[in-house]
Design a protein around this ligand. Sequence first.
Ligand SMILES: [Zn+2]
Length: 135
Amino acid sequence: MFNNLKQKFMHFMQGRNGVDQLSQFLNVVVLVLLVVSIFTKSVILDWLPFVVMGYMYFRIFSRNIPKRSIENQKFCNLRYDLAIKKNNWKKEWEQRKIYRFFRCPMCHQKVRVPKGRGKICITCPKCRQEFVRRS
Ligand SMILES: [Zn+2]
């Protein structure tokens, strides 16, 4: 009986996108929104979890796998970028007593200089632009 159901489900899921990283993330979003909606009296927040849930199931059961795959890839890239940014912020925060961080006015490259040296001329390591900052 159980095996039969499982087989039917597997047959149903054939050629469909299934659960990917974006769907897993949406699942978490739904749960968070549901908890938030308990504590608020907003009509939008009452419906939003179900809208997101609908989108999540639409993606899971979608037969347009190439398109869903591109969406998932974009999501993974974004998550990766955010993880790197978070890591950089963490590093800057840990080094905040020894270094100061500036952005090059030309190419926006981030540069790190030792703190407490007064006004210094900084040469961008990427584009060689010079700019003066108080360290
Ligand atoms: Zn530069």
